[in-house]
Design a protein around this ligand. Structure first.
Ligand SMILES: Nc1nc2c(ncn2[C@@H]2O[C@H](COP(=O)(O)OP(=O)(O)OP(=O)(O)O)[C@@H](O)[C@H]2O)c(=O)[nH]1
Ligand SMILES: [Mg+2]
Length: 251
């Protein structure tokens, strides 16, 4: 078989099952660090339950991926995960899922690896959402997850640091509701309400357009140009306000 025929015969095995996201669907990618429990607790002694340096590396990674060429309007990170909302008009790579998933997993894994100094891996999955309400629900879901993880993490590590074993803590927490968890922290000198907001709500990264004074190279006159800056927000708003916030940065 000549190369042309062999190429046509074999190419279809790569392409025919490689689906594109249909136009006007909102795309959100979610990346999650692989085996980060071991990485954060055994390989490196990051502070538990929250470590500012670890969180800073996650934020730097989000900034990197927002600058990587795929049009992403909003990046959100909590724990070892990153969610990325695409511009509705993003149409590079013919909107092929496999391209977005592999490129984003590659960009995020490479960026975080460079920051930590060894090879680490993030997985990536895509949500395809047919309307904006579901986009708001998605981000509310991840923020609720951040809140739940934060309360559980603080309670877990508060008890561990008092000397209880893994099993003892797991058993103690089994029948504890939210109020009980708050009470336990309070009685041990920690007011959950007073903790930094980023630990309970996660961190948002997005573009902001600012005006910038420059010099027009043709006539040497002062001019006002526009420049895009990345904003890191560690005090994200809640509920309805969060929805309005996402509407603003994604419109
Ligand atoms: N010490 C510490 N650990 C953190 C921090 N942020 C996230 N982690 C840990 O990262 C892990 C994230 O959870 P998972 O993604 O479910 O666990 P994983 O081990 O990465 O498992 P897979 O994602 O399935 O590979 C948890 O163990 C968190 O405690 C931090 O600031 N400090
Ligand atoms: Mg993980």
């Amino acid at each position: 078989m000549n190369f042309k025929n062999l190429n046509a015969k074999m190419k279809c095995f790569e392409t025919l099952a490689d689906r594109s996201v249909i136009p006007q669907m909102y795309i959100i990618a979610r990346l999650d660090g692989r085996g980060f429990t071991k990485l954060t607790k055994e390989k490196y002694s990051f502070e538990t339950p929250f470590d500012e340096k670890f969180s800073e590396m996650m934020v730097e990674t989000v900034k990197h991926v927002l600058k990587s060429g795929i049009k992403i309007l909003y990046g959100y990170t909590q724990s070892d995960e990153i969610s990325l909302l695409f511009d509705i008009n993003e149409n590079s790579f013919s909107r092929k899922r496999s391209k977005y998933i592999s490129i984003l997993a590659g960009e995020v894994s490479a960026a975080f690896s460079m920051l930590i100094g060894e090879a680490v891996v993030f997985d990536c999955r895509l949500s395809e959402l047919p309307n904006k309400e579901l986009v708001y629900d998605y981000f509310q879901w991840r923020m609720d997850d951040a809140y739940k993880n934060s309360l559980n993490g603080h309670v877990y590590w508060n008890l561990r640091k008092q000397g209880y074993s893994k099993n003892e803590v797991t058993e103690k927490m089994l029948n504890m509701n939210v109020a009980k968890k708050n009470e336990l922290l309070f009685s041990n000198g920690l007011n959950f309400n007073d903790l930094p907001k980023w630990q309970k709500r996660g961190i948002g990264v997005y573009w902001e357009e600012i005006e910038k004074e420059g010099i027009n190279e043709i006539n040497n006159q002062k001019m006002i140009g526009k420049k895009k800056n990345l904003i890191v927000n560690k005090e994200l708003p809640l509920k309805e306000e969060y929805k309005l916030f996402i509407r603003k940065i994604s419109s």
